[in-house]
Design a protein. Sequence first.
Length: 143
Amino acid sequence: MNQTTNKLPIWFWIVGVVALLWNLMGLFAFYSDMTISESALAAMDEAQRNLYETQALWAKIAFGGAVILGTLGSIGLLMRKGWARPVLVLSLICVLVQMANSFMTNAYEIMGSGSMVMGSLVLLFAAFLVWFARATMLRGYLN
């Protein structure tokens, strides 16, 4: 497909914008997690506070990597760049590492079933973005 003369379908732009907004929300969640206030910590019950305070550094790095790379990959999609796919693959790997931490601890038990649902949505969306980047690359939408 000649990128300079053919117009992309609207669904490409819708998915790209939704992906960027999703990952920007993830960046905000990561920022909030890294800058949590003493009052927010005090509002947690003891198990939640203990879970937060003992979270492994590698899990926090994976969280940051997932959302930073996801945001960059989403921007790459909107810019129609082929490098978006490997960046989104790295984001997915970071999501998997972060989820491994949740399974290695009792995070889902402490945080409730909603956290498992959210974690599943994050994983599914990250995997979808990798698939989407590949599919759109094969269609010639990314260079």
